[in-house]
Design a protein around this ligand. Structure first.
Ligand code: ATP
Length: 307
């Protein structure tokens, strides 16, 4: 008997939709974030990332559709306590220290233990900021303090909206390390960004949103596979070229990418392939190896020239 259970996702949305004045900001979104993942939610400005994250966090109500966390509806107060959120400004008090900010929020949440305050300050690297007031913090420190507040109550799921926006390279690096550390502690992290390269250094999974619709959900390894090297040939007639390629090189995977272009994955060199095509009277107008980088892949999926 197979006793292995299908794990319950940390986040699941079904048909999630939000209309603003009759216009859909989010359309029929079926998103699934597995436990322990760092899920990168990617899309250009206005694509619907914040609206989606707000609905998942209970900060905006869906026009239609459902959200469940760890297999329970979002309306379940027990499951809500497993969620920590940083969306938009963290609501920091500028004249207070990091610790005072954390104490203030802990009190509001009814958390009396000093231990939980020390824990979140330690985790976010803010234990040694002493008497320094938040107004003198760097953007990166403020952002980490926002994460510290979201971590109060030791949530299993953390939702961070554009956490690297406005950070300098050092701040980005620190936040990246923090997210990895939180994952190691067993937390699930759902974070949005329009900065692709930064996300790709940490995300285990991706969701790509465009005009309110989820274009694709993909794992890191699937993405790496899609971005592998391929050999591209431009031919006069793909219908004649394809069988020649498939018969001559049965181990490769050939994909027709447009009326004249075939992409071939798993080929180590191209001379023999060009020779076979020529032998079979298939004219070749151009050929060569290509590599899609992550950015190119995402931009293609988002239908954008640049973000
Ligand atoms: P950004 O990174 O710029 O915030 P985003 O991907 O998070 O982009 P959303 O903020 O979710 O996108 O916005 C999606 C769409 O919904 C946009 O067209 C936006 O103008 C619209 N929208 C968002 N919030 C509201 C609101 N409160 N009232 C009306 N329209 C809204």
């Amino acid at each position: 008997m197979n006793t292995k259970k299908e794990s319950v996702p940390a986040v699941e949305t079904k048909g999630l939709t939000k209309l603003y004045g009759g216009k859909a900001a989010v359309k029929d979104l079926n998103l699934r974030v597995g436990e322990g993942q760092i899920y990168g939610f990617i899309g250009r400005n206005g694509a619907g990332k914040s609206t989606t994250l707000k609905m998942i966090s209970g900060l905006a109500s869906p026009t239609q559709g459902e959200v469940s966390l760890f297999g329970k509806p979002l309306s379940d107060p027990v499951v809500r306590r497993r969620l920590g959120v940083l969306i938009e400004a963290a609501g920091l008090y500028p004249n207070m220290t990091a610790r005072q900010n954390v104490v203030m929020k802990a009190k509001c949440m009814g958390l009396a233990e000093e231990k939980s305050i020390d824990q979140v300050l330690d985790l976010t690297g803010l234990s040694n900021t002493g008497k320094k007031q938040v107004k003198h913090f760097s953007m990166g420190m403020k952002q980490r303090l926002g994460v510290a507040l979201a971590l109060l109550g030791n949530p299993d799921l953390l939702i961070l909206d554009e956490p690297i926006n406005g950070l300098d390279p050092e701040g980005i690096k620190e936040l990246r390390q923090l997210v990895l550390k939180l994952q190691e502690e067993g937390k699930t992290i759902l974070l949005s960004s329009h900065i692709l390269g930064e996300l790709s250094k940490i995300a285990t999974n991706y969701g790509i949103i465009k005009d309110g619709e989820l274009m694709e959900q993909i794992t890191r390894s699937e993405l790496e596979e899609k971005c592998q090297d391929y050999f591209q040939v431009e031919v006069g007639d793909v219908r004649r070229a394809l069988p020649v390629i498939q018969e001559s090189f049965p181990q490769v995977q050939a994909e027709v990418s447009d009326a004249r272009i075939i992409r071939i994955y798993g080929l180590s060199e191209g001379v023999e392939l060009n020779r076979r095509l020529a032998e079979n009277q298939v004219p070749v107008y151009g050929s060569g190896f290509h590599h899609i980088d992550l950015e190119e892949y995402f931009l293609e999926r988002m239908g954008e020239e640049s973000v």
